[in-house]
Design a protein around this ligand. Structure first.
Ligand code: RIB
Length: 323
């Protein structure tokens, strides 16, 4: 596999999805349409990276069951190099409700994902030290994520952390290994609350002045770049060192690409996988170009139902928005 490659460390889930007119309230029973398919933030991001054109490896833990078989078959079909730890736990699962506006509520059952250890990561060292970009999220145990980012950073790879889901606290030792962090508004505010003791309301984040948002990003990740994804409001980029990333400004906004959303499940994963692929494929390009591609890629993904299988191919993104 070439240097222009991405290694994703993370979760695989079998997603059980109910499409309903609106999200259920506590104590309520609603009717909906059921379907299941491959998901998990890690696997969704690996699919996005591969379909965006990067040679992609996926480091994960899977059970000895039908879910594990699904992951193996799909990785093979998509050309994703799978580096798995076999677990006696069942493969991860997620229960997902999607409403008529494409919004979702998700509960995950980690299963095998929770079994990934630093020793498992160490066993996959080669997959980490030869990647241009290593991307992780927080659906696998923090010690494994931390070890992966440490190996990757020491080897000179670009370390990218998507701090999702929001309910996982980020240790400083892990954050110190991150070159680029990509929280959404909920994840960003949860992170800020834990680290600084106060945070804006997630619903008001997009309206915050650039200077204030930039200052907060600099407190959270002093050494790196923060890309806050803001849904329909696009995203906000804050650099510690903009020149290093080929950008003219230390902070700026990138508008969202137009989309007719039917299902936003995995939109953040689409963004992250595409961003990682773009960084790996064109390391000399300005960072703003990578973010624009990732935004377009994510926009196309929300026009389809499902998670991993909703990831578009690069040619589809180019056909829709231009190269
Ligand atoms: O980000 C979307 C993903 O979150 C779903 O595919 C689900 O498996 C959960 O991990």
């Amino acid at each position: 596999m070439s240097q222009a490659s991405v290694t994703v460390v993370g979760s695989f889930n079998v997603d059980h999805v109910w499409r309903c007119a609106r999200l259920p309230r506590p104590g309520e029973t609603l009717g909906g349409r059921y379907l299941s398919g491959p998901g998990g933030k890690g696997f969704n991001q690996a699919m996005a990276s591969a379909r965006a054109g990067a040679a992609t490896r996926f480091v994960c833990a899977l059970g000895e069951d039908a879910g594990g078989q699904l992951a193996r078959a799909l990785a093979a079909a998509e050309g994703i190099e799978l580096h798995e730890t076999r677990s006696s736990e069942p493969t991860g699962t997620a229960g997902i409700f999607v409403d008529a506006q494409g919004r979702n509520s998700i509960v995950i059952g980690p299963g095998a994902n929770a079994a990934l250890t630093p020793a498992d990561i160490e066993a996959e060292r080669e997959a980490l030290v030869h990647a241009a970009v290593v991307l992780a999220q927080l659906e696998t145990p923090l010690p494994a994520v931390e070890h992966a980012l440490r190996l990757a950073g020491a080897a000179g790879a670009c370390t990218l952390l998507n701090p999702a889901p929001a309910d996982v606290a980020l240790p400083q030792a892990l954050l110190a290994l991150v070159r680029i962090a990509t929280p959404n508004e909920t994840e960003f505010c949860a992170w800020a609350q834990r680290q600084t003791g106060s945070a804006p309301d997630p619903d008001a984040l997009a309206a915050l002045a650039d200077a204030a948002l930039h200052a907060l990003c600099r407190r959270l990740l002093p050494q790196g770049t923060v890309v806050v994804t803001l849904g329909a409001a696009g995203c906000f980029v804050s650099h510690a060192d903009h020149a290093r990333h080929g950008d003219a400004l230390p902070c700026y906004r990138v508008p969202a690409a137009p989309a007719q959303a039917v299902d936003t499940t995995g939109a953040g994963d689409a963004f992250n996988g595409a961003l990682a692929a773009s960084l790996a494929l064109e390391p000399q390009a300005p960072f703003a170009q990578h973010v624009r591609f990732a935004s377009r890629y994510a926009a196309l993904s929300v026009e389809r139902h499902g998670a991993a299988l909703a990831m578009p191919r690069r040619a589809e993104v180019d056909a829709r928005f231009g190269p």
